[in-house]
Design a protein around this ligand. Structure first.
Ligand code: C2E
Ligand code: MG
Ligand code: MG
Length: 600
């Protein structure tokens, strides 16, 4: 009873065995009992004995690698020696057993199904056989014990496996550091502790500079070795209690708790950067990398692990942008600006489907006849909360996110739809100029996109003119020329916008198939007071005319500017002085007021 109770409640194998042997000497007419359990490779795993003598004899069998116990274990059958003094099977063991005061041995295998676990030995100090009932009882006790032992072993194995799996699922196999899952858990606890104790915790985000080059040059195996070496150095410079983790790739993070002052974390970050910048000797190769380390501190509003990690990551990027091999504490203002930018980008993705985009049209007039010769389509975004967002913000953001392609096509399509209406009704808006970003122009199949829009809207291509800025000169020059030529071949006009602001070389004008040049507003503004600018504008205009290009003066704000630019030779003008950008309806009115049929 008591034995079964032990088996049921206590799974320590040694305890089960100790109880088994004690119970047996109480229940059966034997002097002593012993058990041996064997391991996978037949080595002795556990041993238990009812007294010291039996323990000696059990050990003896093991030392001699001979005896009834090992025999029963090996063959899975009981072995009985009624009189040790007559035994010849175990010539080395039997005399020693007799010398220890034993006269008879009865051994039972402990097996479970096919599994051989060990053997149970019963000893008597007088010779003679055991009764059948006693033998049976001994075998039953052995079998019951086997079942419990088996379960106990299974549990031990299972918990070892769980521990191993746990370690594996929470640690990075390459470096042995904590992995992201474990780190986030620890960080969450650290943040909670910091909040309670009014302390500060810091997350340090370290990313290697130049790791990709190591991988490319020396292979991934070397890359892995470097990461392990980095992990070791990193661990060495930490304070006791700091936790390091690998987030993946060449990204490492460190959690610093209980900071007396923030400078402590900065010191750790500096030590990390310094430790890593020391060249590594790996496999006879001298490998140099550096680290960029970003730091973010916990605090009010900074108590979500993911957010703190993102902030540290952001600071790390700032360190990287600053040239790498340095540490950088999070700059909240920069973070805020970046958040706003990100939010804007998200909103921008939705804007098209929410119909928040529209076009404004700014008239372009012939300086002599004052008639409208064209109107420039300008993108307008009305944000639901922020109101109007300038193209100077929208366009770069759309370029960053790749949205510019869809947005650009929308602008083109909308402008052509309006143009088609004006062409059909003879309202007097002869040409619509549409701005095209270099991303669009150099993007996939731009000329085909233009052609598709022309077909879909049914406009006369001569009524469309595209404006590109000098940034296209930075692109693959010959491809840019090809694309522009393809567009021109469709019958569409091409203007060089903002001329003079960027990479202007008059030479570029020769290579590209432009038909118009728009002189940037900055020249117009300076021309009034600055003689050099005046001469420069004069030269630009002469040069352009020499190539049969029409010259448009941008940003005319006053009548003086208009007079001046006209005097310098500009053919057309655009600016607030002539008209602000207008809605579609207002443009129609404007067109009717300036264009008289037959005039010109
Ligand atoms: P841009 O093509 O040079 O367009 C002229 C810009 O100057 C417009 O600004 C216009 O409102 C402004 N402007 C016109 N007259 C005056 C003036 O007398 N004084 C001053 N100070 N400014 C004047 P907006 O609409 O803010 O557009 C800015 C730039 O954004 C445009 O410069 C163009 O490069 C770009 N953009 C606008 N719409 C689009 C578009 O649909 N696609 C692309 N890719 N870019 C666009
Ligand atoms: Mg323009
Ligand atoms: Mg311009």
């Amino acid at each position: 009873m008591e034995f079964a109770y032990t088996l049921g409640t206590d799974f320590s194998i040694q305890k089960i065995l100790d109880h088994l042997v004690q119970s047996i000497v109480e229940v059966l007419p034997v002097t002593g009992a012993g058990v041996m359990l064997m391991g996978d490779r037949q080595e002795l795993h556990f041993i238990a004995a009812s007294d010291a003598t039996v323990m000696t004899i059990e050990r003896l069998q093991n030392e001699l690698t001979e005896g009834p116990c090992l025999e029963a274990y090996r063959f899975g059958l009981p072995v009985s020696i009624d009189d040790l003094s007559l035994d010849t099977r175990f010539p080395r063991f039997s005399p020693r057993g007799l010398a220890e005061g034993m006269a008879a041995v009865f051994t039972f295998p402990l097996t479970l199904d096919d599994e051989r676990l060990g053997a149970l030995d019963l000893y008597r100090d007088t010779p003679g056989p055991l009764s059948d009932e006693d033998l049976q009882a001994a075998q039953v006790l052995g079998d019951v014990a086997s079942a419990y032992l088996f379960n106990a072993q299974a549990r031990i194995d299972a918990s070892a496996t769980v521990a191993r799996l746990n370690h594996r699922s929470l640690h990075d196999p390459l470096t042995g550091l904590a992995n992201r899952t474990l780190f986030e858990e620890l960080l969450e606890q650290a943040i909670a502790r910091a909040r309670r104790s009014q302390n500060v915790a810091a997350v340090l985000f370290a990313d290697l500079d130049g790791f990709k080059a190591v991988n490319d040059r020396h292979g991934h195996l070397m890359g892995d070795r470097l990461l392990s070496a980095v992990a070791r150095r990193l661990t060495r410079v930490l304070r006791p209690g700091d936790t390091a983790a690998r987030m993946g790739g060449d990204e490492f993070v460190v959690l610093c708790e209980d900071l007396a002052e923030r400078a402590d974390a900065e010191n750790v970050a500096r030590r990390i950067a310094t430790a890593i910048s020391d060249p590594f000797e790996l496999d006879g190769h001298r490998i140099s990398v550096t680290a960029s380390v970003g730091i973010a501190f916990s605090g009010p509003g900074q108590d979500v692990p993911e957010a703190l990690l993102r902030d540290a990551d952001f600071a790390m990027y700032q360190a990287k942008n600053g040239g790498g091999d340095r540490m950088q504490v999070l700059d909240p203002a920069a973070r805020l600006a970046s958040d706003r930018r990100e939010q804007l980008e998200l909103d921008l993705q939705q804007a098209q489907s929410r119909n928040e985009f529209s076009l404004a049209y700014q008239p372009i007039l012939d300086v002599h006849s004052r008639q409208m010769v064209a109107a420039e389509a300008l993108l307008r975004w009305t944000h639901p909360d922020r109101g109007a967002v300038e193209p100077a913000v929208v366009i770069p953001s759309a370029e960053r996110t790749g949205l510019i392609l869809a947005l650009g096509e929308w602008v083109l399509h909308q402008a052509c739809t309006d143009l088609r209406h004006w062409q059909a009704s003879g309202t007097g808006v002869p040409v619509i100029a549409v701005n095209v970003s270099a991303h669009q122009l150099m993007g996939p199949a731009f000329a085909q996109t233009v052609e598709r829009v022309l077909d879909a809207t049914g406009v006369d291509p001569h009524g469309l003119s595209l404006e590109v800025t000098e940034t296209v000169f930075l692109a693959d020059m010959s491809r840019a020329v090809t694309v522009m030529q393809d567009v021109k071949d469709l019958g569409v006009g091409l203007s060089l916008d903002d001329f003079g602001t960027g990479y202007s070389s008059l030479n570029y004008l020769r290579r590209f198939p432009f038909d118009r040049v728009k002189i940037d507003r900055s020249f117009t503004a300076d021309a009034e007071t600055d003689m050099v600018t005046q001469r420069l504008i004069g030269a630009m205009i002469d040069f352009s005319h020499g190539m049969d290009l029409t010259v448009i003066a941008e940003g005319i704000e006053t009548s003086q500017e208009l007079t001046q630019m006209t005097g310098l030779g500009a053919d057309e003008a655009q600016g607030y002085h002539l008209s602000h950008p207008l809605t579609k309806d207002r443009l129609e009115e404007f067109a009717q007021s300036t264009t008289r049929p037959g005039a010109g």
